[in-house]
Ligand binder design. Structure first.
Ligand code: GLP
Length: 245
């Protein structure tokens, strides 16, 4: 496992962009797992800029999103569907049929999760998973809230109180946040040959510390990443500030 700490937060975004760009150059038909949230906005801005300069090409790539609120409409600006379209999908040349995200407006969350799991199994292996880290002590990855097991697959999850509190600020009316979500499981994330978890800011320091130095446990889903053979924690100095390094 690699822990990479960048002094400047902008460098975290640059390094993350470089990792994705290199993967695409090495294998144009790469399959990616991508996150949402505030953390990867800089990464997506860098990818869009590299694409506009003609330096990267998503024509043959596949993107799988980690998660989506449930229930939620696509046109809700707080939905991950809307976020991805705005910040990445509509600005690059990925084929729409190669972009996968759980459908927040599906009639049955269970059936939608099963359908997503099938799509994941069809890909088999992902080349690269980029992850964020949930708020506070949740240590969630995707929406795998504690407790989530190592063998978990795509499913509906109720959101934790900490997540609801933090994430509701991104909704026009905070009380409109859905109380659940559809997420890939930990076993799905482990289908990726390489995993990069990005965490930035002082508010992530406790979660980073628990994930990296606490027990490997269902109560801290990100701690399972320590069992993955090729994982990088890409942090800014603030997110790393509680680590004994
Ligand atoms: C959200 C998402 C995660 C994301 C994380 C961090 O709840 N479900 O996929 O990585 O929390 O969000 P942020 O980057 O805004 O801190």
């Amino acid at each position: 496992m690699e822990i990479r700490v960048e002094k400047e937060v902008e460098n975290v975004d640059l390094v993350a962009g470089k990792i994705v760009a290199e993967q695409l150059k090495k294998k144009p038909a790469s399959a990616f797992i991508f996150p949402t949230g505030q953390t990867p906005l800089g990464l997506y801005a860098n990818l869009v800029s590299l694409f506009k300069k003609g330096k990267i090409d998503f024509k043959n790539a596949q993107i799988f999103n980690l998660d989506e609120y449930y229930p939620i409409k696509h046109q809700n600006p707080a939905s991950y569907f809307y976020y991805m379209k705005k910040n990445l999908i509509d600005q690059i040349n990925i084929r729409l049929e190669n972009w996968h995200i759980p459908n927040g407006k599906a009639a049955s969350p269970q059936k939608e999760a099963e359908k997503y799991e099938k799509e994941i199994k069809q890909v088999g292996k992902f080349d690269l998973a980029v992850l964020g880290l949930g708020p506070g002590t949740t240590c969630h990855i995707g929406f795998n809230e504690p407790p989530s097991s190592l063998d978990s697959v795509a499913r509906y999850m109720s959101l934790s109180r900490q997540t609801l509190k933090v994430n509701s600020t991104l909704f026009t009316n905070p009380q409109d946040i859905p109380t659940g979500a559809l997420t890939m499981g930990i076993a799905d994330i482990f289908r990726a040959k390489k995993v990069v978890l990005i965490a930035k800011g002082r508010h992530k320091a406790l979660g980073v510390k628990i994930a990296l130095t606490g027990p490997i446990s269902e109560t801290a889903p990100a701690s399972f990443l320590r069992l993955h053979p090729n994982v990088t924690f890409l942090l800014d100095q603030e997110a790393a500030s509680d680590l004994p390094i």
